[in-house]
Design a protein around this ligand. Structure first.
Ligand code: SGN
Ligand code: CA
Length: 543
């Protein structure tokens, strides 16, 4: 008994002193990969946004590097995630659109890190169809996940957790960090659902922006003159393709209660929410909202109705139409999107604070990004997919004081393809030859400037058509100055933008005499990129 007490005392004493870090944990950096869903640079104060303050994200930028030219290779969820995991383009990793299931047998950067002695975890939105591989611990939202009382698939078991999704994901992340073995470095993939459609804020943020008027983007009333059929025929207009109940929360307590009393949950799971012309539009719209509304507690529902009562009354009274109605809907969209960002920023702050307090922050490469950008009313749109700047550009902030000078900005052309090689490079591992991206380390070491012989163009290819939001198939490239796009499949149209003269992409100059030579040169360059990245998947789909 005495011996046991003695041993216990030793354990307590040793446990109280901060345990000595192994050389491994001291030298190889931890990696914290923070990715949100559909968060765009126009809604980050560190990128100059006047729409919202994001102090905790700004901290990462102020203490690290902000990338101004990081581009996604295929602006949609699952494809972007698969590119990040593999360091390979969609046509190589197989996930060309959201309906494809990721083949988890293939090589990924978490697998390589895990094999090399990193502890790996994947927490939050996954959206790759198959179960995560390469992680010691994983707890992921099924599919798109839910904002309230979310389910998780945790190492194969489905559980439901009370609370708001952004808070719950962070609780899980902090718990895993606390429980892990700190003698090994870690790589944690921490991915949020927010601020994905239908933009449901945390209970504590419901209604916070109801009286705020957000500045309108200059192109909110775009008429798509000067662009091709892809811009004209898409289905992502705030005015035409958002839903009154689902998106704008224009459904009263009475209407929702009545709907709930007349329908069983089982019968309302097949809402055809993308069929805007459907005869039962209101019915489908209510179905979709009721499904998520019924997940809330009574108390949460009360807060919800209190927050939205005012806009419902205004909708009934004002009978707005045309431009006035669109301008008002834009406000409703912004109020909810931005309110979702409040909890996101708070939670990122909470996680950074935990790392700081546990002494790990400065030995951790902290990355903040989103699976792609998003339209916040530019061109009258929401959603993403098309290779226009607002959604093509990704936010990318990286904090790692051992290698990155605080407060630097980079205009080097980067892609989500580069993330995996960057992590492997910093972990001191060889980047497999078949990864198509390159490590961003030379950019960090060059204080953000593109080093000599850095890439001159990024490459893009989007496939999900015909489908949600009707954005035509296209591929293209961007240099520092120009963007060239080819829409194919049911059309054969080229667009060229001079980003220096026309940053809003309002005027397609491909047929203008003065751009003839540059268009020719860029087309050649585009062919070379396709050869370099071995992408011949468009040819099969040409007209
Ligand atoms: C849902 C959304 C779409 C969105 C896709 C893909 N509709 O289907 O607006 O484009 O997800 O988003 S919703 O009415 O169900 O919200 S992604 O981020 O997963 O690519
Ligand atoms: Ca997304």
């Amino acid at each position: 008994m005495r011996i046991i007490n003695f041993l216990l005392a030793i354990i307590v004493i040793v446990g109280c002193q901060s345990p000595k870090k192994s050389e491994d944990a001291k030298q190889r950096p931890n990696i914290l990969f923070i990715m949100t869903d559909d968060h765009t640079t126009q809604a980050m104060s560190c990128y100059g946004s006047e729409l919202i303050e994001t102090p905790n994200l700004d901290r990462i930028a102020n203490e690290g590097m902000r990338f101004d030219n990081c581009y996604v290779t295929n602006a949609i969820c699952a494809p972007s995630r698969a590119v990040i995991m593999t360091g390979k383009f969609s046509h190589v990793n197989g996930v060309t659109d959201n309906a494809k299931v990721f083949n988890g047998m293939q090589q990924t950067y978490p697998k390589i890190l895990q094999k090399a002695g990193y502890q790996t975890a994947m927490i939050g939105k996954w959206h790759l169809g198959s179960s995560p591989t390469g992680f010691d611990y994983w707890s992921v939202l099924p599919g798109q996940g839910n904002y309230y009382q979310p389910e998780f698939i945790e190492m194969g078991d489905t559980i439901t957790v009370d609370g708001y999704v952004t808070d719950v994901i962070t609780d899980k992340a902090i718990k895993w960090l606390k429980d892990r073995n700190d003698q090994q470095p870690f790589a944690m993939v921490y991915q949020h659902k927010a601020p994905h459609r239908n933009w449901m804020p945390a209970p504590r943020h419901l209604g916070v922006f109801e009286d705020k008027v957000f500045p309108k983007p200059e192109t909110l009333f775009d008429d798509y003159q000067g662009r091709g059929s892809a811009a004209r025929e898409q289905e992502m207009e705030i005015g035409q393709h958002m839903w009154d109940a689902w998106d704008f929360k224009l459904a009263s307590k009475e209407e929702l209660d009545k709907f709930g009393a007349n329908n069983t949950l089982a019968a309302i799971t097949d809402a055809k929410h993308h069929d805007v012309a459907g005869a039962n539009k209101r019915e489908d719209d209510l179905k979709k909202l009721y499904r998520v509304y019924s997940r809330m507690t009574k108390q949460q529902q009360e807060l919800w109705h209190k927050a939205y009562a005012k806009r419902i009354a205004k909708f009934k009274e004002d009978h707005l139409s045309d431009k006035e109605l669109l301008a008002w809907k834009y406000q409703l969209y912004m109020r909810d999107y931005m309110a979702c960002l409040l909890s996101l920023d708070e939670n990122v702050g909470r996680l950074l604070k935990h790392l700081e307090e546990s002494g790990e922050l400065d030995n951790t490469i902290v990355v903040y990004t989103s699976d792609q950008g998003f339209f916040l009313g530019e061109h009258g749109w929401f959603d993403k997919r098309i290779m226009y700047e607002e959604c093509y550009r990704m936010p990318l902030l990286v904090r790692y004081p051992k290698a990155i000078k605080a407060g630097t900005q980079s205009s080097a052309l980067a892609m989500n393809l580069d993330f995996a090689p960057t992590f492997l490079d910093y972990a001191g591992l060889d980047v497999p030859k078949d990864m198509q991206g390159v490590s961003l380390r030379p950019v960090f070491e060059n204080e953000g400037l593109a080093p000599k012989s850095w890439r001159e163009a990024t490459y893009y290819h989007y496939y999900e058509y015909p489908s949600w939001h009707s954005v035509k198939r296209h591929y293209g490239m961007r240099t520092n100055r120009y963007k060239l796009i080819h829409f194919y499949n049911d059309v054969d149209e080229w667009e060229l933008y001079d980003m220096e003269k026309d940053p809003q992409e309002l005027s397609n100059v491909i047929y203008q005499e003065e751009y003839k030579a540059i268009a020719q040169k860029l087309k050649e360059q585009l062919k070379q990129l396709q050869a370099q990245y071995k992408d011949d998947t468009a040819e099969a789909n040409e007209m």
